[in-house]
Write a protein of this length. Structure first.
Length: 131
């Protein structure tokens, strides 16, 4: 088994350039790749710790159709309190407050400007089956 993820969420936005700005400022992502054709983000990759999310500008093609603002992503953070404060200070729309969960996580959820839901918490899912 490798340390790199095998699952990469893909989110499409009506304004992917603004989404990239928001995700880096509010949630602390780092841009790894950013490929554009004019104002359109063809493909971008944003990193958080050892995870990666791919972002592009929504297109209404016959294979996928429009679907911006329909995703939900969970991201592991070491310090949920500090992360929550950063997101709040950047104007993130916090939709579930920072709270302790009965399974040991401390987490919160926020909605980005195009409606995708992002949950950030200290719970780190295991890639190994539970016994």
């Amino acid at each position: 088994m490798t340390d790199s993820p095998s699952l990469y969420p893909v989110l499409r936005y009506r304004d992917a350039a603004a989404a990239i700005d928001f995700l880096t400022q509010a949630f602390g992502f780092t841009v790894v790749q950013d490929h554009r054709e004019g104002d359109r983000v063809v493909h971008a990759e944003l990193r958080h710790d050892n995870g990666l999310v791919m972002v592009s500008t929504e297109t209404d093609d016959e294979r996928f159709g429009p679907h911006a603002g329909q995703g939900w992503v969970y991201v592991v953070v070491d310090d949920a309190d500090a992360h929550h404060e950063r997101a709040r200070a950047a104007g993130a729309n916090i939709i579930r407050p920072l709270e302790d969960q009965d399974y040991g996580s401390r987490d919160y959820s926020a909605r980005d400007p195009e409606g995708n839901i992002w949950s950030f918490g200290t719970y780190r899912p295991s890639l190994e089956p539970s016994s």
